[in-house]
Design a protein around this ligand. Structure first.
Ligand code: ZN
Length: 251
């Protein structure tokens, strides 16, 4: 069984959330999913769904593109819920220029994660080096970290491996131009990688025109098995165990 380490059932793209929730509940190939918040509202909704569905776990946080008027003390209250297993997604995104505010939110949210003993899920859009810089100059996650949908760079990978931080592969690894991701997949240590769909976004090949869903995690596992010349079951097991060792509250 697989763990989808990053998805968004609260996305506005999904009109009939109940349909997607029961598809996951009824899919015997899926052990659990991490439903990731983008702001306080979606984080709160994620907790409500996790309380009612045992396969669902929540990550709460404020994404760098959603930081307007969000109160971080409210996030602290959400973070202590038993089904909240991480803080995220948090990070930096180069498509907006409010870098100083993004940086402040990232720092404050890592501090909260360290206080409540949770790992962080990092969103980095063309900003790996800047995020790493914040870890070194301001505050480093103490309870683990994953760069979700990792934008491949060998130097950044070296830093993450040295710190026992994880990277996560999403649908992009199945794309034709994924040469650098394949290079990263070949050298990432067995104990430091996860898989995710980031659904309903970034659908894998051969479903790129469709709305992405957790069942498609099999295409990502399959691609990694092909690249690493391993069995499908082995990659599924490795990524499931890695998810549980990073997100310790997943049972
Ligand atoms: Zn995401």
């Amino acid at each position: 069984m697989a763990i989808d380490s990053h998805m968004h059932i609260n996305s506005l793209l999904l009109e009939n959330k109940e349909k997607y929730i029961s598809a996951i509940n009824n899919n015997y190939l899926i052990e659990s999913v991490i439903n990731v918040g983008l702001d306080l509202k979606s984080s709160e909704e994620s907790i409500t769904i996790s309380k009612a569905n045992h396969k669902f776990f929540s990550s709460v946080g404020i994404h760098p593109l959603y930081i307007e008027s969000q109160n971080l003390s409210d996030l602290y209250n959400l973070a202590i819920n038993p089904k909240v297993i991480a803080i995220g997604e948090i990070g930096l995104d180069s498509t907006k220029s409010n870098f100083e505010v993004q940086k402040k939110y990232l720092i404050e949210q890592i501090i909260i994660a360290n206080e409540v003993h949770l790992p962080v899920i990092i969103h980095s859009n063309n900003s790996n080096k800047l995020v790493i810089d914040i870890f070194e100059k301001y505050v480093k996650p103490k309870y683990g970290c994953v760069f979700h949908c990792f934008q491949p760079d060998l130097e950044d990978l070296k830093y993450l491996v040295k710190n026992d931080f994880y990277i996560s592969f999403a649908g992009r690894i199945t794309y034709k131009n994924a040469k650098k991701s394949i290079e990263v997949a070949n050298i990432v240590p067995d104990d430091l990688f996860l898989v995710e769909t980031d659904s309903p976004y970034i659908s894998p090949e051969p479903l790129r025109e469709k709305i992405n869903e957790t069942a498609n995690i099999k295409y990502i596992i399959n691609k990694l098995a092909e690249i690493k010349q391993r069995d499908y079951d082995e990659i599924e097991q490795i990524t499931r165990e890695n998810a549980k060792s990073l997100f310790k509250k997943i049972k």
